[in-house]
Ligand binder design. Sequence first.
Ligand code: GRF
Length: 209
Amino acid sequence: MLRIAVLVSGGGTNLQAIIDGIRNGSIRDTEIAVVISNNADAYALERAKLAGIEGRCISPKSYASREDFHVALVEAIDSYKVDYIILAGYLVKIPENLIEKYPNRVVNIHPSLIPSFCGVGYYGLKVHEKVLERGVKVTGATVHFVDNGMDTGPIIMQKAVAVQNGDTPKVLQRRVMEEAEWVILPKTIDLLAAGKVRVEGHVTVVEND
Ligand code: GRF
């Protein structure tokens, strides 16, 4: 049974996709040990509660320093003895020592086709604004392992989404979530649980069913 911690900051629709996937069997042999948010008001915590999953808020604001916050976050995650840490819209920079402790075991979902529209300043709606500004015809989402860079870790899965005439950033964001994020993040977790993802150097080999 794969044990995962899911880190969230906002609405939790990607968390919900994972919860639903486990429930309907499309994500096999997996359990969510804990949901951790930096934001006490994140609706993602309500989703966890409704699903009977332990939810915790570990906020940088509750600690005297960023270092103290990092120590508390890593200690909390360690206590659940998880196999993978899933960043599902988690907007706080991950402590370097967490990535060192969990090499190629921290997974992130980014709402573009990396290496386009990613890196510092590219998160949430901003990504889709830049996509529309540049006028690309195809965007999408990427699931990748987290390394010490920003959106630079080995790519695990990607899914393309067409940009349509008249798209606004909000409309495009929703389509990317519905057609890409909520598909490839659950699928990735299912493949991780089946041991079908391996990393060779800086690239992955995925045995997709
Ligand atoms: C998603 O668009 C995700 O790609 C990005 O943050 C957003 C989180 O949405 N990282 P939700 O909290 O999962 O609804």
